[in-house]
Design a protein around this ligand. Sequence first.
Ligand SMILES: Cc1cc2nc3c(=O)[nH]c(=O)nc-3n(C[C@H](O)[C@H](O)[C@H](O)COP(=O)(O)OP(=O)(O)OC[C@H]3O[C@@H](n4cnc5c(N)ncnc54)[C@H](O)[C@@H]3O)c2cc1C
Length: 550
Amino acid sequence: MGTAAETPFPNQPPPYADRNLYTDDVALKDALVREGGAWAENAIGEWGATLGTAAVLALGDTANRHPPELATHDARGERIDEVRFHPAWHELMRLATSAGVHCLPWNDARPGAQVARGAMVHLHAQVENGTQCPLTMTYASVPVLRRAAAAFPQLERDWLPKILARDYDARAVPVAAKRSALIGMGMTERQGGSDVRSNRTRAVRAEDGAVRLNGHKWFFSAPQCDAHLVLAQDDAGLGCFLLPRVLPDGGKNAIRINRLKDKLGNRSNASAEVEFDAALAWPIGDGGRGIATILEMVQHTRLDCVLATAGMMRAALARAIHHARHRVAFGRTLATQPLMLEVLADIALESEAATALALRLARAYDAPEGHPERALARLVTPAAKYWVCKRGPALAAEAMEALGGNGYVEESGLPRLYREMPVNSIWEGSGNVMCLDVVRAARREPDGVAALAALLDEARNVNSVYDAFVAALLRELAALADETAVARRIAQGIATAVAASLLLRNAPAPVADAYCATRLAPVAFGGGAFGAMPLRGGDAAPIVARALPD
Ligand SMILES: Cc1cc2nc3c(=O)[nH]c(=O)nc-3n(C[C@H](O)[C@H](O)[C@H](O)COP(=O)(O)OP(=O)(O)OC[C@H]3O[C@@H](n4cnc5c(N)ncnc54)[C@H](O)[C@@H]3O)c2cc1C
């Protein structure tokens, strides 16, 4: 690593590159080992090294500077509905699929496999987020497709082996002729996204148990995927269907891409508006149970929103500390100025808490059905999705500011992280919808509350602020009425309490105590800005030192 003195112009920090993103990150390493993924450390270390190279960081930048283009027709006026990507996108997809980011836990039954993959997602998020969309959806589709395979043998024969392959094959050919396959998800329509019961797309029974779909999807990300799981109405109600991009005979399925969205961020990824004109699809799961069927996929994508946001927080934090250690102002490096130290330490707390929470949550997905961990996941997933994703944009803005004017300029990487953050809060269930889900789960599923209470109990009697916070939270959960106005507070309370319990049991005391003092104490979050709650002077330095090696 260079120093400020070695750069051609004094006082401009060297680029943040050619570092191992995994071995640099004590919080991630600790969480991986603690939650059962130690056996994957070598592979994850390699993934962190690959992602941290200047060459791969540049791929992330290039893929976003050259967003995908839609080609609706060929030279003869025939519809082709093709999305064309920059080679940087394809290279990132190739790297991620060969690392197994889309499939690791489904191919490896070892305990901790979800945690290992979670660490990989966390690291990938630090480099490029558009590619995460099809990778996440593909990962999340597997439990649904496996469950449906008994009634639809084609899934086991043609689809699952290709989905689980550590390979990338972007060709638009029938799945039987592919080396690998990607899966997307189509629920949101113009008249409603959160309320998918309002879906109007119609499924009409057709030949050989298939259906023909007529209608549209208003958001249909990664339309280049080999198939999408979509919701549509049939005589039984709202059902779930597997909609292939290419027909088994090699013909194009009747999916018209009207346009690609012009988005705030996530620009490397194509998010389309599509229409179905008697498009062929196959029913998945029980008739009329489409929401219940696809919900399992949605829950896994929500886990990825938490993991990816924690990863982006880490990326923003590391760049801010790196800059502050090299930049001198008023005669001292920024990192030694007490107020900057408070800000960096506060960001580091948020980042470490998000990482600990995300990997603990991933562990809950390793448990078999019926295990209390699954009830815990049901309650904590929407809470963590709400809170971690809500903190992301504020953290990215603060980290950007730590770089001063350089932070506002694209080459620093901070503007892309900043633009990227809000989408994880919006898609896969926006903030309010997540909080309402938390309240619903807390009221209807006592097993989840019991599992939460047991987890929180493990950290009792160490920190009085934590003990008081947890007692009040559990009291409120036990008496939860049908009062949705408190839902945000409840969701935040669950997410911060779980994060605090993990830090109290596992992180050094300055980290855990400062987190409790600034997040759980009655006066916490005064004004909401990072660094506004002094961490009691000397406590800030070890927090920042822990966050990034010099
Ligand atoms: C980049 C991008 C890509 C996407 N890709 C896909 C995709 O591939 N497939 C797909 O199906 N969808 C996709 N979406 C859609 C996304 O999942 C929806 O936008 C999201 O679920 C919200 O739905 P909506 O836009 O209809 O908003 P609405 O449902 O209208 O909600 C608007 C706001 O109201 C709030 N709200 C809703 N109900 C309540 C309530 N009862 N009480 C209080 N507040 C409430 C919500 O939290 C939200 O903040 C994508 C979205 C984006 C931005």
